[in-house]
Unconditional design. Sequence first.
Length: 251
Amino acid sequence: MDNNVGNEEEKVPVESSGTTNKPSKKQAYLDYMRSRMGESYGEDEDSVYSDMLDYRQKNDESQERMTEILSKDPRLAQVLSDMAGGKRGATSALVRYFGKDILGAEEGSDEWNDLQNAEKERMEELESMRKSKEEYDVNIEASLPVLDEFATSRKIDIDEFLDSAYSRILEPIFKGNYTTELLEMLYNAMNYKTDIEESFQSGVVAGRNQKIDRMRKDNAGDGLPRLGASTASTVKRAEKKPSYKSSVWND
């Protein structure tokens, strides 16, 4: 009889509930943020709470600002509500709550001047956007060979790489969401060449110092002349005296 039988744990079959284990809200949040900020996000718990506080504060400020704007003219809130709900387009919503003569201000009046300035600003903004897009299209076309070469040399998917760079670096900057990880990445990228040069110079100086130390030790020695190049060559010449002299003495 096997004496180990009594020591074995009884295996109880586990019934499947038919549902998969869902991650906790905390884990879901961390997974989402790590997909956008990098795998190290969340290692520093204080930075996580700091990010959440910053987000809440900025969100509260935006809400207060929006409330202040809408309170100046409640009709604007109705316009936005209709547009958001798909009830009306922008133009019909404006006419619905401001009237069809909204743009029919008397020429020369303050309202008319405001409309003219607003139109001017709109056209300037559109022109700026057009130029920016045109510049982007030209630059991205010129950058394609560089992107292809980099992707090939690194054996990466360039689209995934750029998406990751945007989500981990550019998007947080645009949103003002600076973290220690982001600042470290920026610092290392900006100081990479300087760090390499400083390391190289440090190595050169260290090498020179070691060489000087060796020379000092060699010169200190034991008080006897050091066998240098001239002494060594003299010895070699003495070893190679012509053989006829020794033959003369033998005679």
